[in-house]
Design a protein around this ligand. Sequence first.
Ligand SMILES: NC(=O)c1ccc[n+]([C@@H]2O[C@H](COP(=O)([O-])OP(=O)(O)OC[C@H]3O[C@@H](n4cnc5c(N)ncnc54)[C@H](O)[C@@H]3O)[C@@H](O)[C@H]2O)c1
Length: 429
Amino acid sequence: MKIAVIGTGYVGLVTGACLADLGNEVTCVDVDREKVEALRRGEIPIYEAGLEELVRRNLAENRISFTTDLQEAVRAAEVVFITVGTPSAEGGEADLTFLKEAASQIALAMNGYKVVVNKSTVPVGSTRLVQRIIEEGAAGHPEFDVVSNPEFLREGSAVGDFMRPDRIVIGAEGQRAISMLTELYRPLNAPLVITDPASAEMIKYASNAFLATKVSFINAIANICEAVGADVREVVLGMGYDKRIGFEFLKPGPGFGGSCFPKDCRALVDIAGKAGYHFYLLEGVLEVNREQMELMVEKARRRLGELKGARIAVWGLTFKANTDDLRESPALAICGMLLREGASVAVYDPAGMKGAADLLPGAEFAPDPYAAASGADLLMLLTDWDEFKWLDFRRLKEEMAAPRIIDTRNCLDPLTLRRLGFDYQGVGR
Ligand SMILES: NC(=O)c1ccc[n+]([C@@H]2O[C@H](COP(=O)([O-])OP(=O)(O)OC[C@H]3O[C@@H](n4cnc5c(N)ncnc54)[C@H](O)[C@@H]3O)[C@@H](O)[C@H]2O)c1
């Protein structure tokens, strides 16, 4: 099929590259000229395993192209994906500025039947909103359908997640649109949930809110474990074998972050409130999350007595491993708090250093994990990059002024570290 993808961020670029790889003819559109130029050269602006290879292969085989000309891309397409950002607005609701702009532009290019597929995470009613904008903006009476098709990929494993999804949700009213999308996704051989647009939009928010709830729940349990002398890792082991519970998303840590969970939880609280339902549970999830980051700083304070004047090494800045995404990263929030309390902070991250330079004024950016730890009174591991697990901890001990580690991801081995003379503290154990 001929496809246009509007927005070449984490979701758009992965969607475009994967659909091209499945044999479609894909044009990816972005307003960011520099990004488009780089993509044309096969340079990927984000850190995402396997994506560069996929884009290059499909560029070479002329199945994918990049442009800033949205209207031309839409005119040539049968299926138009909208994958623009929907960040939090001030009151927590989703900011639909980019979505509305994309829809207005699509309207101007309508020249025959098209399926407009909204993949961005948007509040219930947005499918209808896009439909109205296109109807109002298009000349004549173009035939089209708007479909909600939320995306569930995870940064860090986005290509695999797109190609092997647990399910594909299609929220549509017209049979023609459903048939086209079913055909497009057929090679993925995934269960299809075909439903109405409102339910599809809600599925995405409910899924993210549920996963965030699991994270806050296990963080709360971890905090109780610490206080009563239980080990949360043992607790998770015992809970996770219960098939009704499972192991996924029961990893205690410094709190959830990223470009989706916090904003989607806030947006769902807002959606619920506007619909007359006070979503206390999800408000609590967000509150536990905020507190969890503060608790990590409190752990440091307890270890050091005072943060002012202390030298703290930080490993990890991205919101999780295997991505360069820093949006709402707990690590950034924690570094910010440490700096504000007067600590000097030296950071290292395998992929997030470039983006963090402007976000952490006053921090020192070290070229490697050992350099970050040099002369430090405390090391805080804030993101669970594999690279941190396999370092030379004897050397690390020599680099540090005092061998103290707070491992907020429980990814190091306490026994080994204690044997080497480290004062080790994890989360919930
Ligand atoms: N990042 C994820 O892991 C993820 C997963 C599932 C769903 N989502 C949802 O998908 C959506 C996109 O997320 P993302 O992380 O890919 O965002 P992003 O910010 O990385 O990318 C959005 C892109 O859209 C471009 N853009 C904005 N307006 C445009 C316009 N009018 N025309 C063309 N391009 C335009 C921007 O320049 C940017 O490159 C969001 O709603 C998000 O909640 C994200």
